[in-house]
Design a protein around this ligand. Structure first.
Ligand code: IPE
Ligand code: IPE
Ligand code: MG
Ligand code: MG
Ligand code: MG
Length: 276
């Protein structure tokens, strides 16, 4: 990730702002999932890293825009001031645009080393999941839902699109590029669907119960903005129960892959118990 800006001819201050948004921390869960899924089927992990970085760049773009005053209006992210607080709103908008386009470029760059048809297919999955059918669509619905009472089904759709889709695509993309067969890809797709929901449910829980010093972002913001969240609809206790059922469902989806999928199984538990 650190090489992305250094290796390119980017105006100096813009490059600094991009690095601020990208390198300041973050759990790197999406590239981790991608690499884990990939390495179930292929051992050329080092050569595929640019693709993983592309996914993280797209995710980081989504955070920069999500924090803007016209969206969630947040001052803190990854333990420090948000990009727009430091570089201004117009520049934060451009940092997001830059990270999205760099992300696409990075994913495509591995076509020099891996079968271009597979690269294209994996890239297509990630881009589609990031766009209006996936994350952008979910972010749209998330904003439109502020102050409204949603059904659980409507809420699940938002979470599936805004967060689940990219997480799922990282896993599916990794499996495709690694050369996994269609049965294995299907298992990871199902795992990704469950893990993606679990991830946003625990994000909602952390907004209620988390420690800002550990999460690196402000708490209780969802309540202020009257966001549609699981705790808002179900309460914290029933939300925890919902989370554990998605955790088990995620683990179950990997059963056919045997012991080699244990890291991904454990990761589902990590996401359930996470404090950041
Ligand atoms: C936060 O994502 C935004 C959501 C989609 C829930 P992460 O919790 O993965 O954020 P970082 O990358 O670790 O900062
Ligand atoms: C964000 O959901 C989903 C994205 C696609 C960025 P949130 O708005 O709940 O994420 P945080 O809590 O600000 O990280
Ligand atoms: Mg948001
Ligand atoms: Mg937000
Ligand atoms: Mg949140």
């Amino acid at each position: 990730l650190g090489k992305i800006v250094k290796e390119r001819d980017i105006p100096k201050e813009l490059g600094e702002a991009i690095e601020y948004a990208l390198l300041g921390g973050g759990k790197r869960i999406r590239p981790f999932l991608f690499l884990q899924a990939f390495s179930l089927f292929c051992d050329r992990e080092k050569e595929i890293i640019p693709f993983a970085c592309g996914i993280e760049a797209i995710h980081s773009y989504s955070l920069v825009h999500d924090d803007l005053p016209v969206m969630d209006d947040d001052d803190y992210r990854r333990g420090r001031l948000t990009t727009h607080k430091v570089f201004g709103e117009a520049n934060a908008l451009l940092v997001g645009d830059a990270l999205l386009t760099l992300g696409c470029e990075l994913m495509g760059s591995v076509a020099r080393k891996f079968p271009p048809a597979l690269v294209g297919e994996a890239q297509q999955k990630v881009i589609k999941a990031s766009g209006p059918e996936g994350m952008v669509g979910g972010q749209y619905l998330d904003l439109a839902a502020e102050g409204k009472e949603l059904t659980l089904e409507e809420l699940e759709e938002i979470h599936r699109r805004k967060t689940g889709a990219l997480i799922q695509a990282a896993l599916v993309g990794g499996a495709i590029l690694g050369g996994g067969d269609s049965v294995a890809v299907k298992s990871l797709e199902l795992y990704g669907q469950e893990l993606g929901l679990l991830f946003q449910i625990t994000d909602d829980l952390l907004d209620v119960e988390g420690d800002p010093l550990i999460t690196g972002k402000s708490s209780q913001k969802d309540e202020v903005l009257e966001k549609a969240t699981y705790p808002r609809i179900l309460g914290v206790k029933a939300t925890r129960e919902k989370a554990i059922s998605h955790c088990y469902a995620a683990q179950k989806a990997l059963n056919d892959l045997g012991d080699r999928a244990n890291i991904l199984k454990n990761l589902a538990e990590y996401v359930y118990y996470r404090d950041r």
